[in-house]
Design a protein around this ligand. Structure first.
Ligand code: SAM
Length: 276
């Protein structure tokens, strides 16, 4: 890593949003069979890989996927690809805080970072908000069907912990604490099916999708991919995690007769470049 001021700031910011500093415990992840269903000890390996649900850290995407965000924003700036950055599905806001930090570090004042989320809960959506049966086809994910109150108690307890820090006011406050809340940070508050189709975004250079399931991914693509500039980048966080997310990507690409070169970041997330 270079030791110029930009790299030092971005490296420190990344360590902060992932909480590599205080190393908080996690809410046990999908494949984590910790004895306590509500607490797993901090694991550096998991936090680097974005394979835990941090108890307090501001992002769950981990270090490797934050490095990908930085690389792609730097590519966009280097190649003057026009447009803003967006993440659909921000949770506690950490990866968007990092995006704003990258723009700040390079003195960029003519691009914004958009945050789209219900800011209602970690739980992704309920059935009367544009979620169809296609949203829950993965083993493990179908347990979500029926809404939060239908979940086994242990999952309800997990979601209470995962909800902490995710409200609109809390995410704004987190941006403020990092010194990064300004008019280049824009919020799309509500269910994607209601906010994304009419979002007042002109052009995007980076489209990061992290809404987990079919409908969230599909509506992100149908609403926002046409606004992505040629040379811009699409990232899908849950492509390897949930088969319904992968299905949404391929349904959209088929519907639009698009061929793209999908590159894995790790075994969960992928990205590709939009061709001209
Ligand atoms: C996996 S979390 C995102 C993690 C985040 N990118 C990070 O950096 O840690 C998924 C987020 O998507 C949001 N979400 C999922 N489906 C949604 C929908 N249909 N409308 C609005 N928000 C949605 C949830 O509220 C949640 O905050």
């Amino acid at each position: 890593m270079a030791d110029d001021a930009v790299s030092l700031y971005l490296d420190l910011l990344k360590r902060c949003v992932c909480n590599l500093i205080y190393q908080d415990p996690a809410v046990p992840y999908l494949d984590d069979e910790s004895a306590d269903p509500l607490r797993a000890e901090f694991s550096l390996e998991r936090r680097l890989a974005g394979k835990d649900w941090p108890r307090y850290a501001h992002t769950m995407i981990g270090v490797k996927r934050l490095d990908n965000v930085r690389d792609l924003i730097e590519d966009v700036l280097r190649n003057e690809v026009p447009g803003d950055m967006i993440e659909t599905g921000v949770w506690r806001g950490g990866s968007t805080i990092f995006m704003r930090g990258v723009l700040k570090a390079y003195g960029v004042s003519d691009r914004s970072v958009w945050l789209a989320d219900s800011f209602e809960a970690y739980y992704p959506a309920v059935n009367d908000h544009g979620v169809t049966a296609k949203s829950y086809t993965s083993p493990g994910a179908d347990i979500l069907e029926g809404g939060p109150s239908a979940l086994p108690q242990v999952f309800q307890d997990k979601f209470v912990l995962l909800k902490e820090g995710t409200s609109y006011d809390e995410v704004r406050e987190s941006f403020r604490r990092y010194g990064l809340l300004d008019d280049q940070v824009k919020f799309l508050r509500g269910w994607f099916s209601e906010t994304l189709p009419a979002a007042p975004i002109e052009q995007l250079a980076l489209l990061r999708m992290d809404g987990d399931f079919y409908d969230a991914t599909h509506v992100s693509l149908t609403s926002l991919y046409p606004k992505l500039s040629p040379g811009g980048w699409a990232i899908v966080d849950d492509y390897g995690t949930f088969s319904e997310c992968r299905q949404a990507v391929h349904d959209y690409l088929d519907e639009m007769s698009l061929q793209v070169d999908i590159v894995p970041i790790d075994d969960e997330a992928v990205y590709w470049q939009k061709q001209g």
